[in-house]
Every structure is written in C-alpha cells, then in structure tokens.
Design a protein around this ligand. Structure first.
Ligand code: ATP
Ligand code: MG
Length: 351
C-alpha cells in the first residue's frame, strides 16, 4: 500500500451486539492521532443479523459498493450467529471476506503484564480466510437409518500458496522468523496434505527468489499444536492454518493472554484491509456497557500498520499496553470494575 494519501477513508461496520459498543472506541482512537495520519473520513455502513431480522438483508449492496469504491480500509465489529439455520440468512462477514478477497486473517496474540499460563505469549495466527469448511456447502438427506449430513471441505493450491506467502512475509518482519504449519494430514491426507505440501514448497517458488531462506519452517498436527500452545507457547512465532483450525487456535490463544476482549485481527487481501476484533457479538454482555474495547482499538492499530502508518499504530498499541499494565482501569473480563467508556477514556488520555 502507498502511504501518499490526502485522506484516509474508513468504512465503519459495527453490525451486531457489542460490535456497536467497541467500534466507536476504535474510531475515537484513530481520531486522537491527529497529524500522525492523513485526514480521516468515516463512512458508517450497515450489516448484520439484527439488520437481517428487520429488513431481510444481512449485507446491503450499498455497503459492499461503498467499501469497494469509496473506502481505503474498514473496521468491522461483530455479527451474532443464530445457532440454528435461519432461512435466507448467511453471515455478512463471511460474504465480505469473499467480496473483497480478504484471503488472510491475521491475529497477533501477545501477552502484556500478567497472563493466564504464566508464560509470555507472542505469536501470530495466520488463518486462511476463504475456504476450508467455510465454503458452507452442506447437505442433509434422509436414509433408512436416519438423517445423514455432509459438508464439503475445500482446500486449493492457490489459496494455500498465497496464505503461505503471507505467513512467510510476516515471519520475515519478526525477530524469531519461524513459520509453523498447522494441519491434520495424518487423517485428512488429501485436503490437509495439499495445504501442508503447498506451504512447504513456498520458499522454493521462483517468484519469491530465495527471499524466505532465513525463515525456519516447522509443522504441527493441530491437536498437539493446541496442547503445546498451552504448555509451551514460546515455541510458536507465526502459525499458519486452514480456516477452521485457525479460528479455534486463535480463540485458544486468546484464553492464554487473559481475554478474547484483547485480541485484534485484520482481514487482509492484496487490495483492501479490514480490522476486526477476534471476539464475537457477546450477547451475554451486550448493552451493559462493560465490553472490553481494547481488541477493537488494537484492530484499528493493526489496520493502520498494514496501510503503512507505523507511528499512528504504535501510539495506539503503546497506550493500550500501558492501560493493561497499569491495571486500575480494566473491564470485568480482565478482573476489573471499569466500564467500556472509562477504559476508552484511559487509552485516549495516553494517546
Ligand atoms: P458470537 O456467536 O457472536 O461469536 P458468542 O456467544 O460466541 O457470540 P463471543 O463474542 O465469541 O460470544 O464471546 C465469548 C465469551 O467471551 C462471552 O462470554 C463474551 O462475553 C466474552 N467476550 C467476548 N468479547 C468480549 C469483550 N470485548 N469484552 C468482554 N468480554 C468479551
Ligand atoms: Mg464466538
């Protein structure tokens, strides 16, 4: 991305639940940066399950069009997912990742201060964002012995290769420079086999011209990867995984650093980037004013960093880390007694 911009046009899609409580926090963090970033232009956009129940549409065409033609980047809140199938509804975030070809979900998990397992965590989960079981091709048929449900799991060489390159590029920018492929090819030898084999071959691709020679490559079966993540998180640097394993791994890693409310992500493609806290819509705490805004604020920082505004990004990160370390203004998920807005104010003061 080029950083020679007059203004930065950012789509804001709070969507459902606590998404509406934490996206305004990210917006205020960006606004607090002043001249470290170009002039900001925000576009408030609609999407979500609640919108669907009111209007029959979860992702209006207008939202997609404005993102594609009038925005440089976006911030997404969360969607509530109905636990049973609702006729006509499909997740707008899954659709947006497809529409904008945001093929990588990048989730840095870093411990600050005291963390649950006692050992420091500093890793990045790089999750493939477009295929695996998320192609959502499910069928159900009645058989003599009862119903039979099937799902298609798609793994392509193209998607595995580009997520692999993304993982190697991220590793190059980190001190450890190590990529661990997460898979289950002992059981799923064809699908996970292709994922593993394609990523193993990335350093030898002619177009990368030996660029990844200094990156160490490791691999781990997904179940033992989770076990070792809890026992010895320090062995991981960049973990690259197919969509579903990446989803599960990053929630597990979030538990290690204390709360889902701390873990940011970006959905990145070659043309666009969308920040999104890793947590969901958290219906159990919605509307109570106690949602942790830090994951959302950190997502804004990640988005800026990806766009090339390192100064602005690190000012947000630093302020967030100071608030966590100082420890007196924290939301209940971190054992504190403060509200969302008190935490936001504490971060803004430090920025
Ligand atoms: P969804 O279907 O939208 O993912 P969910 O029920 O899985 O909803 P999550 O948002 O994934 O809920 O959250 C899981 C748990 O973590 C909930 O108990 C929730 O309250 C808590 N949690 C998630 N995000 C935050 C946050 N930002 N601040 C405080 N607690 C959070
Ligand atoms: Mg969830």
């Amino acid at each position: 991305f080029s950083t020679a911009r007059q203004s930065l046009r950012i789509g804001l899609i709070p969507a459902d639940g606590i998404g509406r409580e934490v996206i305004p926090a990210a917006k205020r963090a960006l606004e607090a940066l002043g001249s470290d970033i170009p002039r900001l232009e925000f576009h408030e956009l609609l999407a979500g399950f609640e919108l669907f129940t009111r209007t029959g549409t979860a992702l209006p065409d207008e939202t997609v069009q404005i993102l594609k033609t009038g925005c440089d980047a976006a911030l997404f809140g969360a969607v509530s997912s109905p636990s049973r199938k609702v006729a006509g509804y499909s997740s707008p975030i899954v659709a947006l990742r497809k529409e904008l070809d945001l093929y990588a979900n990048i989730r840095p998990v870093v411990s600050v201060g005291r963390n649950v397992g006692g050992k420091p965590v500093d890793l990045v989960v790089v999750r493939e964002n477009t295929e695996c079981l998320y192609v959502k091709q499910e069928t159900i048929v009645r058989t003599e012995s009862g119903r039979e449900a099937r799902a298609t799991r798609l793994i392509t060489e193209r998607a595995s290769r580009r997520i692999g390159k993304m993982a190697f590029d991220i590793a190059l920018g980190r001190p450890r420079k190590q990529v661990t492929i997460i898979h289950k090819s002992n059981v799923l030898s064809i699908t996970d086999g292709l994922f593993r084999e394609t990523i193993r071959a990335v350093p030898d691709l002619p177009e990368v011209a030996g660029r990844y020679a200094g990156v160490a490559l490791a691999e781990q079966i997904v179940d033992s990867a989770v076990y070792r993540l809890f026992r010895e998180p320090e062995i991981y640097d960049v973990m690259v995984a197919p969509n579903l394993y990446g989803d599960i791994l990053s929630d597990a890693a979030a538990a290690l650093v204390g709360s889902l409310g701390l873990v940011p992500s970006i959905n990145a493609g070659d043309e666009f980037v969308m920040g999104e806290p890793v947590h969901g819509s958290a219906p159990d705490i919605e509307g109570k004013g106690i949602a942790n805004p830090l994951a959302s604020m950190r997502s804004a920082a990640l988005m800026l960093r990806h766009l090339g505004y390192e100064n602005g990004a690190s000012r947000i990160d630093k302020a967030v880390n100071e608030v966590i370390e100082e420890g007196s203004v924290l939301t209940p998920d971190l054992g504190g007694r403060s509200s969302t807005s008190e935490v936001v104010d504490a971060v803004l003061r430090r920025i």
